[in-house]
Design a binder for this molecule. Structure first.
Ligand code: GMT
Length: 373
């Protein structure tokens, strides 16, 4: 198949999933065309069967806002025509599903549009009256729509795009990249042997509740020697840094900023914290599971479909930092339980979320939409 992919190419779960899926499809011999405003950061080295088409919005003085959406639709149509795309798979509804619809009209319906919903395109932007109707339009006009958890399917169908047909296809991890590894030589730079290492990775947006991460850690380090690694960057970073100061945790918290390769970092940790207010899936919790690191998370959105409470980690109510700290301490002070959770997580990641299994599901979906009249 000839498959076009549009996504947000910068750091963020939807771009990671889109890029990794494109790489999987290329490995399977399909021709893959990324159509994005910059090179997806996970694309990395040269890959046979992968093409990259850059979208550049015109900045003519008359425009208050550069017309990126039109430039994207135009580029999609050009790539579809020249490379005879069979499928255009867009990740994150806004603006990609609507641009794909336009491109399809421009080319006389020459290809099928598959839209994958990732979360905030529905749970945050779907609530905005300036976007709501057009998101729903993009969903209805796609030839197939997928969402990354049952919870997101339910929220989309119940909250605003009623009666739309949406298939759940979970996110995945590549076991060749995410696996438990010995990183003791690096660990020594961050923690003493007697200290536990807690980890949080996110885009530091308000929905991630990074201040809860710090508050949980504050309670944990009162009971046991511990340190916290904070990975990522975003609008909440200054507030989080202030809180770390206020709680006098400076010497125990390390801010690492944005990192491209997180598999090794994850392996450093004893526990992942993800107390989000919204989380359609929680890719980082799956990545942690695949590295043998249990997680303590909130029970928001699709997280209970990823983290099995009492088996691979613990789930608490959003904002319940006391409970999260108690769960964290339970895991960090009981090595037998920690090992059991770690093994359960490895098994769960392999059995339910392997890249091969999920790529099969997308491939079958592409074939189904192509076979439709
Ligand atoms: O907020 C983020 O984590 C970024 C966002 C994105 O679109 O990149 O993540 C969403 O998609 C990820 C991949 O499907 C999911 O794992 C995240 O749970 C989801 N984020 C939210 O729902 C807040």
């Amino acid at each position: 198949m000839r498959i076009g992919i549009s996504c947000y190419p910068t750091h963020g779960g939807s771009g990671v999933v889109a890029t990794e899926l494109g790489k999987m499809m290329a490995e399977r011999g399909h021709q893959v065309h990324f159509i994005t405003y910059s090179m997806p950061f996970r694309l990395g080295r040269f890959h046979h069967h992968i093409h990259y088409h850059e979208v550049e919005a015109n900045r003519y003085a008359v425009f208050k806002y550069p017309p990126y959406d039109l430039a994207l639709a135009n580029r999609m149509a050009q790539v579809a025509k020249i490379h005879q795309l069979d499928i255009l798979h867009v990740h994150y509804a806004v603006p990609h599903a609507i641009c794909a619809y336009l491109a399809k009209q421009m080319t006389g319906g020459a290809f099928r549009v598959v839209t994958t919903l990732h979360g905030t395109d529905i749970t945050v932007l779907g609530e905005d009256p300036s976007l709501r109707d057009i998101i729903c339009f993009g969903i209805r006009e796609s030839d197939a729509v997928t969402a990354v958890s049952d919870d997101l399917v339910k929220q989309t169908r119940e909250s605003f795009c009623v009666d739309s047909s949406i298939q759940r296809i979970y996110n995945f991890v590549d076991p060749r990249v995410y696996y438990p590894r010995d990183v003791s030589h690096i660990r020594a730079q961050y923690a003493r042997p007697d200290e536990k290492l807690l980890l949080h990775i996110s885009n530091f947006r308000a929905v991630k509740r990074v201040d809860d991460v710090v508050r949980v850690f504050e309670k944990v380090q009162r009971q046991i020697p511990a340190r916290l690694l904070l990975v990522g960057d975003g609008p909440e970073w200054p507030r989080v840094a202030e809180l770390v100061n206020e709680l006098k945790l400076d010497r125990k918290v390390v801010f690492l900023g944005k990192q491209d390769e997180v598999a090794q970092l994850i392996s450093l940790a004893d526990l992942l914290l993800l107390p989000s207010a919204k989380e359609s899936f929680g890719l980082v919790a799956l990545e942690a599971m695949a590295c043998g690191v249990p997680a303590v998370t909130s029970n928001a959105g699709g997280l209970p479909e990823v983290v099995k409470h009492g088996e691979t980690g613990y789930l608490a109510e959003i904002g319940d930092v006391d409970q999260m700290a108690a769960y964290a301490l339970e895991l960090l002070t009981d090595p037998v339980k920690h090992r059991r959770f770690s093994e359960n997580g490895l098994k769960r990641a392999r059995e339910h979320f392997s890249a091969e299994k999920i790529a099969d599901e997308y491939e079958a979906l592409y074939q189904r939409v192509l076979a439709e009249p």
